[in-house]
Write a new protein. Structure first.
Length: 286
């Protein structure tokens, strides 16, 4: 991903938490059914038919609406990083399990646009919009953090939240910070080689659906990392430690002027959110 390193942190777990994986982290600063009415046909050669008994009459329309198609599904949304990480370097730099025998810092500060708009604010806003859209479809949404002012949670805890929720899909939302000339576009990371069944076909299918939906929604795939919008990764704790279908979406490069403008605008963040929500719905319906 990016040359800029991030500093990491643990999380204040408020209810549900998952991954970190941007390449452009910046160092932490210390401090009714409608009933049809049928008109009987008039018959002149015979008396009208006897009335229909009440026992055979059509039942009245139900007053209880049918549940949404996705009702009962659980989605865990993981907004990358957190607003308080930068002020707690000791906490976010603490080493935690990262899977595959590795350890990593608890969390990082994330990256930012050249004008200073932070990744943690972008991911928080987009995740809230995605969650609202999914909840409206009857999907239960769990977040890995409950605000944008706390610390963490750590990457291993974020993964555990998805596992404990028995999530049908886990989507970690991030943005990259590459300083490479002309670097732009989104990519979707997934665990590879898989460490369990969920990391196999379910996760790769989720990654492909998210990639395809973002692309058809007008977003360009990355020209500097991964291939064709997908990135197989073995170093992301949130993916390594997940036992549920999970992906990490790097929505774009915050250091690219055009993508930064999109990410800092209300309209742009809604575009990202609408595409991600549509992708998750498509995956759950598949």
């Amino acid at each position: 991903m990016v040359a800029v390193r991030r500093v990491m942190v643990p999380l204040l777990l408020a209810g549900a938490l998952l991954l970190t994986g941007c390449s452009g982290d910046v160092p932490a600063a210390p401090a009714s059914v409608t009933t049809r009415t049928v008109t009987p046909t008039t018959v002149t050669s015979a008396p009208p038919p006897p009335p229909v008994s009440s026992s055979s009459a059509a039942p009245p329309p139900s007053s209880v609406p049918a549940p949404p198609v996705a009702s009962g599904k659980v989605v865990v949304l993981d907004p990358g990083h957190n607003g308080g990480n930068g002020a707690h370097p000791a906490e976010i730099n603490r080493q935690v399990p990262a899977g595959r025998g590795q350890t990593k810092p608890c969390n990082t500060t994330g990256t930012a646009t050249n004008a200073g708009y932070p990744e943690h604010a972008f991911t928080w806003d987009v995740a809230q919009r995605v969650g609202k859209a999914l909840a409206a479809k009857g999907i239960r949404v769990v977040y890995t953090r409950q605000n944008d002012t706390g610390v963490g949670p750590c990457v291993d805890r974020r993964a555990a939240i998805g596992n404990e929720a028995n999530a049908d899909a886990v989507v970690s939302i991030h943005a990259d910070g590459s300083t490479a000339a002309g670097a732009n576009g989104f990519h979707v990371a997934y665990s590879s080689p898989p460490l369990n069944a969920a990391q196999g076909e379910p996760s790769t299918r989720l990654a492909q659906v998210v990639r395809d939906t973002l692309r058809t929604s007008g977003f360009s795939t990355s020209n500097y990392i991964g291939g064709n919008g997908l990135s197989a990764r073995a170093d992301l704790a949130g993916l390594n430690l997940s036992t549920r279908p999970a992906v990490l979406v790097e929505c774009g490069n915050m250091r690219n002027a055009a993508e930064a403008a999109r990410m800092t605008s209300d309209e742009g963040r809604q575009q990202y959110a609408s595409a991600i929500a549509a992708a998750i719905e498509a995956y759950l319906a598949s």
